[in-house]
Design a protein around this ligand. Structure first.
Ligand SMILES: [Zn+2]
Length: 490
């Protein structure tokens, strides 16, 4: 019995000696702005070989205001704050700071099941001063951030961009971004042409550049655009059409060759072979990429407008409608009614002139702004005309104004504004720029005509008179005719 106890006792002693890690012997304390970091059960230690202090990666990154992630595929630890991204592949004596390689004298590594990273490198990379002080029992390391540490982000509240998956086809290029549904802003830029997608409230867990040898796209870049927005940039060729669909936890970006206008593909055989290729593409995608049916299109701000010179089609968009009244006039009338009245007359007159007209609504129905844009963008119309009536808190305000999107050509707007005015004799409130949805995302030249003020008692009475509506309609038709002539002569 005694012997048994003794053996057991020695065994316990031996176990303690053997499991006690060498590195635990000298204590290392880490302070940020004089405040000691509590690493809990994982103590920092000094790596014997390099004489560098290693600390648990999550705690140190987060204490310095960075977001951390770990990529199991590449065995890489990542920390990102608003200025810097740091990547440390495990067991390699190197790191990436904003994608530039930096040699290290000690690798990030897993010790006793914990991922440990070199303290000085991390702290200095994140913009801190590091000062080590020898103490009787070990080492005190003082970290002083050179600028205030940003409030620790609540990662759980933010979306995460986790994966980029591509599927190149012969006429198209599909990209799936793995990110849960949320607010997305998309726009195109020129010279060189890019599609930019800003994912709001999203952490970028990729911070990478993907390059391709494809006719439509040369690279996809992801980065943290600001504190809470992840930006994804597609470097695309000028002949690329872009389309984005949002699913529950994915964003599908479809890049395709710009559709050739009807005139240029008259040849039967050519169009047949096109169709065949398209079908092949679809087959390939559908089998490989199963997506839920429920999706929501994301509107993209075009970098330039398609003139569609050969097109005879024009879109007329009567503002508001159905459940949406628009402005309520000083006499209690609704804008949605007068907009439709003018728009329907405009349709008839344009058809008389030989134009083909597509109405976003022909009756008193509710239709979203987004659906109006999608309807228009599915056509090759040469112009989009939205008809509205104005309202101001200042009852004296009156007159005509035509809006076009910020930083777009004013030709169409000018022709319409200055073809209406001589006919109506209204106050010239000039052509203006604005970011209304229907003129922002439409891919053809688009204007919004504010025909007059419902908040001005005289102008409202004037607007309801048939002869005056007719003058406005004739003015718009004349403006469109002049515009059409001008683009033909280009
Ligand atoms: Zn309106």
């Amino acid at each position: 019995m005694k012997t048994a106890v003794r053996i057991l006792f020695s065994f316990i002693i031996m176990s303690i000696v053997f499991v006690m890690p060498q590195h635990a012997l000298a204590e290392v304390s880490v302070y940020i702005n004089q405040e000691k970091i509590n690493f809990e059960d994982t103590a920092p230690f000094i790596d014997k070989e390099s004489n560098r202090t290693l600390v648990p990666f999550r705690k140190i990154f987060e204490s310095l205001g960075s977001t951390v992630s770990y990529d199991g595929n590449t065995k890489t630890v990542m920390g990102i704050n608003e200025d810097v991204s740091i990547k440390l592949p495990l067991n390699q004596r190197k790191a990436y700071k904003n994608n530039a390689v930096i040699e290290l004298d000690v690798a990030a590594k897993v010790v006793d099941g914990r991922t440990m990273v070199p303290l000085r490198f991390i702290a200095e990379s994140l913009g801190c001063n590091v000062f080590a002080q020898k103490r009787q029992y070990g080492l005190a390391i003082h970290i002083t951030p050179l600028k205030p540490i940003s409030e620790k982000r609540l990662d759980d509240d933010l979306r995460k961009l986790k994966e980029v998956k591509v599927n190149p086809g012969s006429n198209s290029f599909l990209t799936l971004l793995e990110v849960v549904k949320g607010s997305v802003q998309a726009f195109e830029l020129n010279n060189p042409k890019r599609l930019v997608i800003d994912l709001e409230d999203t952490i970028n867990q990729l911070d990478d550049k993907y390059t391709f040898k494809h006719e439509l796209v040369s690279s996809i870049r992801t980065s943290e655009h600001d504190d809470s927005t992840t930006r994804v940039v597609f470097d695309i060729s000028p002949e690329t059409d872009t389309k984005i669909d949002q699913y529950e936890n994915k964003l599908l970006v479809t890049l395709s060759k710009k559709t050739i206008s009807d005139e240029s593909k008259d040849s039967e055989s050519e169009s047949e072979s096109d169709t065949k290729e398209d079908e092949e593409d679809k087959e390939e995608y559908s089998s490989e990429w199963k997506l839920p049916l429920e999706s929501e299109p994301i509107l993209i701000v075009p970098s330039e407008r398609e003139l569609n010179i050969e097109s005879n089609l024009i879109i007329i968009d009567p503002g508001h409608g159905g459940e949406e009244n628009g402005a309520t006039s000083i006499l209690g009338n609704y804008e949605r009614i007068i907009n439709l009245s003018i728009a329907l007359q405009l349709k008839d007159r344009l058809e008389d002139e030989g134009y083909e007209v597509l109405m976003t609504r022909e009756g008193d129905t509710t239709i979203s702004l987004k659906d109006r844009v999608i309807m228009a963008n599915n056509t090759n119309a040469f112009a989009f005309i939205s008809i509205h009536a104005n309202y101001s808190g200042r009852p004296s305000a009156k007159g005509l104004e035509v809006f076009t999107m910020y930083n777009t050509d004013h030709t169409l707007a000018n022709y319409v504004q200055y073809s209406i005015l001589p006919r109506t004799g209204q106050v010239d409130r000039k052509v203006k720029e604005a970011g209304f949805v229907v003129i922002k995302y439409t891919k053809m030249p688009a204007i919004l005509v504010e025909t007059g003020f419902l908040s001005n008692i005289d102008e409202e009475r004037w607007l309801w008179q048939g002869e005056n509506q007719k003058k406005i309609v004739e003015g718009i038709v004349a403006g469109i005719e002049k515009y059409k002539g001008s683009i033909k002569n280009k």
